[in-house]
Design a protein around this ligand. Structure first.
Ligand code: MRU
Length: 339
């Protein structure tokens, strides 16, 4: 099953609404630009590679619903739709990457219908490629894991964060497929609990042993010899840092302190070779994500809140980055990695 797909009959986007996990596997359809933008903002669909697919399919929705009667008007509609999609979540670069890729593909169009065909087929191609790329990341990355390893992961970099298979969890899946026994420690990933709600659920479905801990327990388990490796995904890799879910930086510092290898698994579409830590906007989310949990108030209603969704891990804390092209060791020269 794919996390997100295009329904060619209804011309809608079909996706797993991840806000219901792990209680219910609910599938929803988005039939207009506003509904896919809402789904992205509310994390019904989430995770950098899945956001790329959502961006591509969002453009497919826009081209399907446009009433433009000339190529010029349609391309203008697409540009506006692309800007709207890109503004939904600013940190994961894959979303903008996919929208820009679809827009670039329209340069080959020669009439109105050809624009429609190009946009839809490019969006489908982006989603199809994601699955192959993740398998490739797993094919290279499984070599980082040995039989018997106990591996910490943060957030969800599994099939629910992608179209299928996953990046960090894809590496774990590939290692297990090779016959290695891997035990996963999943950090809950406050405030939206992608680790406890989604990563544990995914791994249990695949019968991969997983233990849930709170984010603040990672130092304790590392210090007490309960962890061999850390592997996480990424939302944007710049020249100097890896942006990933808030809390990743803390795990990287602790891993370094305890001499535990720290791996990042991500497709090339996550790389931003022109970006630096200070040029990237870290998404700040609704303060109520910290004041309430599952509708229950857990802090004073008017307490001041700081709620960044991502943090930046410096390259010196990273042992290796695995992409669909292979495993890269420091120094991470982005031009070489992306070649
Ligand atoms: O806010 P989210 O749930 O979209 O954040 C997701 C992450 O931080 C993932 O670790 C990252 O996108 C890598 S997914 C393969």
């Amino acid at each position: 099953m794919r996390t997100i797909d295009w329904n060619d009959e209804s011309k809608n986007i079909v996706l797993v609404d991840q806000t219901y996990l792990p209680v219910e596997l609910k599938i929803i359809e988005c039939d207009n630009l506003a509904s896919i933008c809402e789904a992205i903002r509310s994390l019904r669909v989430r995770g950098a590679p899945a956001l790329a697919a959502a961006g591509g399919f969002g453009m497919a929705l826009a081209v399907t619903l446009s009433s433009a009667t000339s190529m010029e008007m349609l391309l203008k509609d697409l540009k506006v739709a692309g800007d709207t999609l890109k503004a939904t979540r600013p940190t994961a670069v894959n979303l903008a990457w996919a929208v820009n890729r679809v827009l670039k593909a329209t340069e080959d169009a020669y009439d109105l219908d050809s624009i429609k065909d190009i946009v839809i087929s490019e969006a489908i191609r982006i989603a199809d490629e994601d699955v192959k790329i993740n398998k490739s990341i797993g094919k290279h990355g499984h070599r980082l894991l040995e039989d018997g390893d106990r591996v910490i992961t943060h957030c969800n970099a599994g099939r629910m964060a992608c179209v299928d298979w996953g990046t960090a969890l894809g590496v774990i899946r590939s290692a297990v497929e090779k016959g290695k026994d891997i035990e996963v420690i999943a950090c809950e990933t406050r405030p939206l609990n992608q680790g406890s709600r989604i990563t544990t659920w995914e791994l249990m479905q695949d019968n991969i042993p997983v233990t849930l801990i709170t984010d603040s327990m990672s130092g304790h388990v590392m210090k007490n010899g309960m962890v061999d490796k850390v592997i996480v995904g990424a939302d944007r890799i710049t020249q100097d840092v890896v942006f990933n879910k808030i809390g990743t930086y803390t795990h990287s510092v602790l891993a370094r302190e305890h001499e535990i290898p720290f791996f990042v698994a991500a497709p090339i579409s996550t790389f931003d070779p022109n970006g630096w830590e200070e040029t990237v906007k870290i998404e700040e989310r609704d303060p109520d994500e910290l004041r309430y949990m599952a509708g229950q108030q857990i802090a004073p209603a008017n307490v001041r809140v700081y709620n960044p969704a991502f943090d930046a891990t410096p390259m010196e804390n990273i042992t290796a980055i695995v992409t669909e092209k292979g495993i890269f060791q420091p120094p991470f020269l982005l031009d070489e990695v992306m070649m």
